[in-house]
Design a protein around this ligand. Structure first.
Ligand code: SF4
Length: 119
């Protein structure tokens, strides 16, 4: 599989040309530094993302509050994570940075609030 990636590790935005076989990087061109190589390997072999979303509240000033994972989680878990997020209801006052779910999906990352919200 031949693919183009844009490295997001710095503003230069190098366009990386990669070949992958069986989920492993086998050829890489276009990177200008070791960060680009590391980025390409991670993106092909174990892509992760910080998940941002909103969760519903009950009895609070806002109907929804924004949340995100404290660290990147596997991209393959995003759909499952969204299925869990839509089930959550926050019923207590919350502050930015409060943990909504610790070790979300066993990923090691917490789901945290990114906005204050009170009753
Ligand atoms: S490969 Fe290196 S120089 Fe190019 S965008 Fe990535 S971090 Fe920046």
């Amino acid at each position: 599989m031949n693919k183009k990636l844009t490295c997001i590790e710095c503003p230069r935005g190098c366009v990386l040309s990669v070949d992958a076989e069986n989920g492993k990087l086998v050829r890489l061109e276009g990177y200008e530094c070791p960060k680009g190589e590391k980025y390409a390997i991670a993106e092909i072999e174990n892509p992760t993302r910080i998940l941002t979303s909103t969760v519903l509240t009950e009895g609070l000033f806002l109907k929804m509050i924004p949340v995100r994972t404290s660290d990147p989680i596997p991209k393959s878990d995003i759909k499952k994570a969204m299925s869990e997020i839509i089930k959550i209801r926050i019923k207590r006052s919350i502050r930015t940075g409060d943990v909504i779910i610790k070790d979300f999906l066993g990923s090691g990352a917490d789901l945290i609030a990114t906005r204050d919200c009170s009753v």
